[in-house]
Design a protein around this ligand. Structure first.
Ligand code: ATP
Length: 365
């Protein structure tokens, strides 16, 4: 059994199904991120784990103990669960010093004066605020306040720390810095962490595993590389990074290759793919071809003997520092292509796009 086990969790608000029966296991020391668009149910899932929300059905176990079991009428209060929480709003008490903010939870737990001093000092040193212990919280920057919130969440050695978009109020630069610090801290201390965000970069950079959610349902669980390179459906492909998606038809399988056809207005492009997410799909069924901008080659002349060649017209180009982002009209689709070398392109110019069979993915909806 895993450290945190969630089984068949359902939570509705009136007719709105926020969480539609999810199963999730988190190992001890793991950093798992719930990622998805606004309203997909990630916060509700986190609040159910925290004990802030009563689910309609399902079980949640932490370290083998039920903290929620609807069928067995078990529901531990948030305090009884011994979890740390860090939220978007810093919730740092302005009238207290940094030390007192962090020590508060220990005082409530009636720890000894010596234990409070030692644990608070340790937690403050871990988040790099040891030197600001006596400063009042009002005199802190946004990043420092968020560190106080973090120290407060880890000071009593909780079983799991729950994070709900903790970095979203910070500016871009500070957010990047805090991402690195949080990941380092998480690895140093080995806290089991469940993190909620709608920011895919944050999820991919920080997590051991990412749980992609949509409409209250888990779409895919995997390590960041797998989620990015092998999305299991069109939603994940599109949500994680930028993907060009084109609808087509499955023609058949030959050995490890899959052949599909993409209708493009006045013709259709035969496409051969190496990997496929549509092994079980019958011939003739609707598929979605997903191809990332950085995996497409752009040719000015029609290359000979090239697989997966499609013709298009340049409709936009933007220089983004070290690469050129080019939009190419291909039949009804605007295909994004990322070129990492300088290329002189005119609007309306005819170009040819190609990609190797191992770069395109064949997905079902
Ligand atoms: P966000 O990133 O915007 O917070 P989310 O993925 O965390 O989104 P949830 O906050 O879990 O999504 O919400 C899931 C669905 O449940 C949404 O449609 C939301 O409107 C609804 N919902 C959440 N909390 C409540 C509530 N207290 N009362 C009514 N509906 C709610």
């Amino acid at each position: 059994m895993s450290f945190v086990e969630i089984k068949k969790l359902v939570k509705s608000f009136g007719p709105e199904v926020a969480v539609a029966g999810i199963d999730l296991s988190v190992e001890q020391g793991e950093f798992v991120t719930l990622l998805g668009p606004s309203g997909c149910g990630k916060t509700t899932t986190l609040r159910c784990i925290a004990g802030l929300e009563h689910p309609d059905s399902g079980d949640i176990q932490i370290e083998g103990d039920y903290v929620t079991s609807v069928a067995n009428e078990v529901f531990l209060t948030p305090e009884e669960r011994n979890l740390g929480m860090v939220f978007q709003s810093y919730a740092v008490w302005p009238h207290m010093t940094v030390f007192d903010n962090v020590a508060y939870g220990l005082r409530i737990r009636r720890e000894t004066r010596a234990a409070i001093k030692e644990k608070t000092t340790n937690a403050l040193n871990l988040v790099g605020l040891g030197h600001l212990a006596e400063r009042y919280a009002t005199k802190l920057s946004g990043g420092q306040r968020q560190r106080v919130a973090l120290a407060r969440a880890i000071v009593y050695n909780p079983k799991v720390v729950l994070f709900d978009e903790p970095l979203s109020n910070l500016d871009a630069k500070l957010r990047e810095q805090m991402r690195i610090e949080l990941t380092r801290l998480q690895h140093d201390v080995g806290i089991t962490s469940i993190y909620v965000t709608h920011d895919q970069t944050e999820a991919l950079v920080m997590s051991d595993r990412v749980v992609v959610m949509d409409k209250g349902v888990i779409q895919q669980i995997g390590d960041p590389e797998t989620i990015y390179a092998e999305p299991t459906n069109a939603f994940v492909a599109n949500f994680i990074g930028v993907a060009n998606l084109m609808e087509g038809k499955l023609l058949g399988h030959e050995g490890s290759a899959t052949d599909v056809e993409i209708p493009l207005g006045d013709g259709s492009a035969p496409i051969r793919l190496k990997t496929t997410g549509a092994e079980g799909a019958p011939v003739g069924s609707k598929i979605i071809l997903s191809i990332r901008p950085e995996d497409i080659l752009l040719h000015l002349e029609k290359p000979a003997d090239t697989l997966n060649l499609i013709e298009g017209e340049v409709i936009d180009t933007v220089y983004l520092g070290n690469f050129l982002d080019c939009q190419v009209q291909v039949g009804p689709y605007e295909i994004g292509v990322q070129i990492d070398h300088f290329e002189e392109l005119d609007l309306g110019q005819k170009v040819y796009l190609s990609f190797t069979p191992d770069h395109g993915l064949c997905l079902t909806e």
